[in-house]
Design a protein around this ligand. Structure first.
Ligand SMILES: [Zn+2]
Length: 478
């Protein structure tokens, strides 16, 4: 390398640094301006009705005064002192509710059910091909898809989501930070980082020469209590918001207890995937914070969960012919296979409906998560999430209880009850509105017409100058 070339390199470095600092100062100034604007801006949202999911009470007419990102006051419009310069948003005859919370999602998966023949002839299961494809794809491509699905969830009224794994090493923590920094639109995001699993879960029979490298992209392996603690520390280093563990029957109580102790030391809650009876008991005995799915829970186990304050996160994903809805438009299905799917569905639905009845009787606190990781033909991710969650109604949960599960109870399960889940002074101004009465017709949650996150309007189909997703994109690009 010559001297002049070296000087050129130095010059280029100085120029790059100068550009960097100018950009940095510009970004800081813009951020400060927007913070100053948002902290002083007051907005009044008015609507005919406001539903409090905790009690089912309706405030009518209703007004919510917002200062910056937070709710300042709620009441009838006549009771609120509106400071001068307040922006008024009148939603007419709509019903206001707290922003929705999807407590179990997978924003970095968009799985297409594999064709029938592939399912029959490949041994590693229904889930594995789509998941393995996600692991070997470029992480950049994957995180951009995650950003799209996050935006679609927000546009459908999900102002907070908890992403429980399958996001590569740092996809969900990076997306969370990008959303927080205002780089991309999306819900408040709780990120779990990599899932903790025992060897043998999910994917099997991988190429032995590559298996560890593949698994490390998606999972942290538990093999003994020490490794379990290390896995939690690695995720804590990645600055996760929650620890996700998949409890298979081979996970021991000692290992899971080590996870829970270490996570609690880091002030992180532990969400445990447990579907069968043995795994559910392991999750209960280890003192997990929530049990995800819980399909085979016995009455005795539900009682233990209630007594220990463990939340159940119900995921009605496969109830009500979901499998046929997402696979039929995409793949050839033989008449035999279709008939088998319909018959499986009716048995599954009966069992699930009974579980839901037992859960409601038991007094265990439950939230509802979509567990969406599928490509749902004809729906955005947000629409698919809403369609899945309201299936709890078909399983016998009254609409108000469904709404409670995806607002106030979900907030408590996440440990965020001080900031989201209800329309209260001091909480974030995360609000949605629907045109009708969601307690009379839960399908209103599929037709969310107004979304506000932290005092910023994301969508308003009720105002005369309604904002489209195009205008949202324009705003982000500014
Ligand atoms: Zn899941």
């Amino acid at each position: 390398m010559t001297n002049s070339c070296g000087r050129n390199v130095e010059c280029a470095q100085v120029a790059r640094l100068a550009v960097y600092f100018v950009l940095l100062l510009g970004t800081q100034a813009a951020a400060q301006q927007s913070a100053a604007r948002s902290s002083s801006q007051t907005t009044l949202v008015k609507a005919s009705r406001l539903l409090d999911p905790r009690t089912g009470n309706i405030l009518a007419p209703a007004a919510v005064l917002i200062e910056g990102e937070k709710i300042k006051q709620i009441g009838k419009p006549s009771q609120i002192t509106v400071p001068s310069g307040t922006k008024i948003i009148d939603l007419g005859s709509a019903t206001l509710l707290p922003g929705l919370i999807d407590s179990h999602t997978h924003l970095f998966l968009d799985i297409i059910i594999p064709p029938e023949l592939e399912q029959q002839r490949h041994l590693n299961g229904l889930f594995a091909p789509g998941m393995l494809l996600a692991v070997i794809e470029s992480p950049s491509k994957r995180v951009l898809m995650g950003a799209q699905l996050a935006r679609e969830d927000l546009e459908s009224g999900f102002t907070t989501v908890r992403n429980l794994g399958h996001s590569g090493i740092d996809g969900d923590t990076e997306l969370r930070d990008a959303i927080t920094a205002g780089r991309v639109p999306g819900p408040r995001l709780l990120a779990s980082g990599r899932k903790l699993i025992t060897r043998g879960s999910y994917v099997q029979e991988l190429n032995p020469a590559l298996a560890d490298a593949i698994l490390q992209q998606e999972f942290l392996l538990i093999d003994g209590a020490d490794q379990a603690r290390q896995a939690v520390r690695r995720n804590a280093f990645q600055n996760v918001d929650v620890i996700k563990v998949t409890a298979d029957q081979n996970l021991t109580v000692t290992e899971l207890t080590a996870v829970v102790e270490e996570a609690h030391r880091e002030h992180l809650k532990v969400a445990v995937h447990a579907a069968d009876k043995i795994s559910i008991q392991t999750a209960i005995d280890a003192g997990s914070d929530s049990i995800e799915h819980g399909n085979d829970a016995t009455d005795e186990q539900l009682k233990q969960m209630r007594d220990k304050g463990i939340f159940l996160d119900l995921t009605p994903t496969f109830n009500d012919l979901f499998y046929l809805k997402i696979s039929e438009p995409l793949i050839f299905m033989s008449p035999d296979s279709r008939a088998a799917a319909v018959s499986r569905n009716s048995t599954r639905k009966q069992t699930y409906d009974q579980l839901v009845q037992r859960v409601m009787k038991s007094g265990v606190r439950f939230a509802v998560g979509s567990d969406m990781c599928w490509f749902y033909p004809g729906k955005t991710r947000g629409q698919a999430t809403a369609a899945t969650i309201i299936k709890m109604r078909d399983a016998g949960v009254p609409p108000l209880e469904v709404i409670r599960a995806v607002t106030v109870t979900a907030a408590e399960m996440l440990g965020w009850q001080d900031r989201i889940g209800a329309i209260d002074p001091g909480k974030f101004a995360d609000l949605i509105a629907v045109a009708g009465d969601p307690v009379a017709d839960i399908h209103e949650l599929e037709r969310v017409r107004f979304v506000m996150k932290g005092g910023t309007v994301i969508r308003n189909d009720l105002a005369s100058e309604s904002r489209s997703s195009t205008s949202l994109r324009e705003e982000v690009s500014k």
